[in-house]
Design a protein around this ligand. Structure first.
Ligand SMILES: Cc1cc2nc3c(=O)[nH]c(=O)nc-3n(C[C@H](O)[C@H](O)[C@H](O)COP(=O)(O)O)c2cc1C
Length: 193
């Protein structure tokens, strides 16, 4: 099996982000499962808040096109997504929306359709960001046509779930991350467009 290319990023650029730690742990787990990982930070791809007039007047920002290029070059994508008020955070929603614009890439069917996505979330709350993951999953699967890894990783009480080096050590979430990483690599190698 050739190693599928897997893009990994977090939906938070906050210093000390729990989801950035989850993304780093996911990158390790995906490499161990045989994936060829590219890990990025959305801090390196700043985007204005989407506005139709802005797109009409100035087109799709270069950073959205760069991200779309990374999506297109990957068979699988892992997103570590925080939850705000039970849903998708503004950074992630804005990024997903810009990348979805038809002019973000010349590639057809585009950056989402047929690619395999896997999701995880970390939060100090008891749900571990799971409600946000459900909303994100709905958008990716039902509106954007991605293939989804069935399992999702949620990390509740997340400020106690990582060690000093930022590695996920909480037993159940770490076991779930391993399962998700293995499934993402296998599905990306088999099914991705
Ligand atoms: C506006 C706002 C809303 C939030 N809503 C939720 C929530 O609904 N559920 C939850 O578990 N945590 C919620 N949180 C807490 C975040 O999960 C927490 O700040 C988390 O650390 C953010 O992810 P990060 O560490 O990767 O930046 C909220 C935080 C903010 C700022």
């Amino acid at each position: 099996m050739t190693s599928p290319r897997i893009l990994v990023f977090a939906g938070s650029i906050r210093t000390g982000s729990l989801n950035e730690m989850l993304a780093a742990s996911a990158a390790d787990a995906i490499r161990e499962a045989g994936g060829d990982v590219t890990k990025i930070s959305l801090a390196d791809y700043p985007l204005p808040v989407y506005h139709g007039d802005l797109e009409k007047d100035e087109g799709v920002p270069e950073n959205a096109a760069r991200l779309a290029g990374l999506f297109v070059a990957s068979q699988g994508i892992f997103i570590a997504a925080p939850e705000y008020n039970g849903g998708i955070t503004p950074l992630l929603k804005n990024t997903i929306d810009w990348v979805s614009r038809p002019k973000a890439t010349n590639h057809r069917p585009g950056p989402y359709k047929g690619r395999v996505f896997a999701l995880g979330g970390a939060s100090d709350g008891g749900f571990g960001g799971y409600r946000g993951l459900l909303q994100l999953r709905h958008s990716l699967e039902n509106a954007l046509g991605t293939l989804m890894v069935p399992e999702m990783v949620s990390v509740p009480a997340a400020s106690q779930a990582f060690d000093d080096s930022g590695r996920l050590v909480a037993e159940r979430p770490a076991a779930m991350l391993k399962t998700v990483a293995e499934r993402l690599v296998a599905m990306a190698a088999t099914f991705a467009a």
